[in-house]
Design a protein around this ligand. Structure first.
Ligand code: PXP
Length: 390
């Protein structure tokens, strides 16, 4: 049990399990994942008692740290780091003064206390104080970065296939605009549509209406042609994704050759930038394309996951997965925001979603295919219910 959290405060406005998670992360970041740390949260009145007893000072303080390695217990059990004691009342006042949450302020105090337990002491000298402050800042940044990486994955649903079905009949149903609303109600954090030059599924009217109805984020997938660029600039989606587009293909086949058309794509990015529209480039997991995307000022790259999803052997799938993981890491480290998509289904998605570098997955076909199968039962029952009973 490396972290033990105890709360003696009557009304702790903080989640102990979240704090414990952060403490465990911090121990790992400090290279002492196996060490044992105790965190005690208490009130100002209790803190004042300890402050007087151990430091001879009147009144409460925000944090006290008692290292165990100095004493007998530490010699006997070296992995016992000690106790960090935090006053929640003082933390709450400091959080308000700094305009941060209580959780954030307590985290800063926890880092401070932990560094004391690891031998830092800002009271020793000005140099020590500088070193300790630097270490505190570094640990906080690393911690927040880890948390950001671990929690940011979003699902954006591509509703093109709903439009494909509508166009097959040439009538007004099913409507991708309504489908987008259902996706959002079910928890999707974004809607994607591809307005193709040949308008085989999504129509101009869909894009205009979706701009008005989508409450999350509308991502317009498109080829870099003058006509579609004009529509994007007029409709102003929340972002666009540039893809290569061939009339004969059934769906987008490969990633963009960004390195081979830097000038042309840079000009599109510049125009979108002026209109406040971030641009994503759909690319294969290839270092050259990632660097070129960064060079020309893309905000996002969307890494093509098709080869990973289409792989027929486990070995090939692992190899393709490794390529995506490496590419996502490289793009992330370069400061690009990273999305991924194409061909993802209920078997291939989870592994990608845990990479930590990918912000959003764009998924269409698998969700719509499943919707038909899981929805078919209800659709038939509703029709049967309309028929007269014997
Ligand atoms: N991302 C891009 C760039 C695409 O072109 C597509 C297909 O429209 C997708 C994601 C979604 O692919 P799928 O329909 O296979 O989930």
């Amino acid at each position: 049990m490396p972290v033990l959290t105890t709360c003696q405060h009557e009304k702790p406005a903080i989640s102990l399990s979240q704090l414990k998670k952060r403490a465990e992360r911090l121990l790992r970041l400090c290279g002492c994942a196996e060490s044992e740390l105790s965190i005690l949260l208490l009130s100002d009145a209790e803190m004042a008692g300890l402050n007087e007893q151990y430091r001879g000072k009147k009144g409460p303080t925000n944090v006290l740290a008692f290292a165990l390695h100095d004493g007998e217990a530490g010699r006997l059990v070296p992995e016992l780091l000690g106790d960090v004691i935090i006053s929640l009342d003082t933390s709450a006042r400091e959080a308000e003064a700094d305009g941060v949450t209580l959780h954030h302020r307590v985290t800063i105090l926890l880092i401070h206390g932990l560094l004391h337990l690891l031998g830092h002491d800002h009271e020793r000298s000005a140099k020590e104080a500088r070193i300790m402050a630097g270490r505190e800042k570094e640990l906080l940044e690393k911690l927040l970065e880890e948390e950001r990486r671990g929690t940011m994955i979003h699902l954006a649903v591509n509703v093109d296939h709903v439009a494909t079905l509508r166009q097959a009949r040439g009538i007004s149903e099913p409507d991708p605009v309504l489908a987008a609303g259902i996706c959002e109600l079910a928890g999707a954090q974004g809607i994607v549509v591809h307005l193709r030059e040949d308008r085989r599924h999504i129509q101009d009217r869909d894009v205009r209406l979706l701009r008005q109805t989508v409450k999350t984020k509308l991502n317009l997938e498109m080829g870099a042609t003058e006509e579609i660029i004009g529509i994007a600039l007029a409709v102003k989606p929340d972002m666009i994704t540039l893809v290569p587009e061939k009339r004969q293909e059934l769906t987008t086949e490969g990633g963009l050759n960004v390195a081979g058309q830097k000038k042309k794509l840079a000009a599109v990015i510049k125009r979108m930038d002026k209109a406040g529209i971030p641009v994503s480039l759909f690319i294969d997991p290839d270092s050259r394309q990632i660097k070129a995307s960064k060079d020309i000022g893309a905000t996002f790259v969307e890494i093509h996951t098709g080869r990973y999803c289409d792989a027929v052997t486990e070995k090939a799938r692992d190899q393709e997965f490794a390529l995506i993981a490496t590419a996502a890491e490289e793009a992330y480290e370069l400061g690009l925001r990273v999305n991924a998509g194409h061909g993802l289904n209920y078997l291939t998605t989870q592994r990608l979603a845990h990479l930590g570098t990918i912000e959003e997955l764009s998924i269409g076909h698998a969700i719509m295919a499943r919707a038909i199968l899981v929805g078919l039962d209800q659709a038939v029952r509703e029709m049967v219910a309309l028929l007269p009973k014997a």
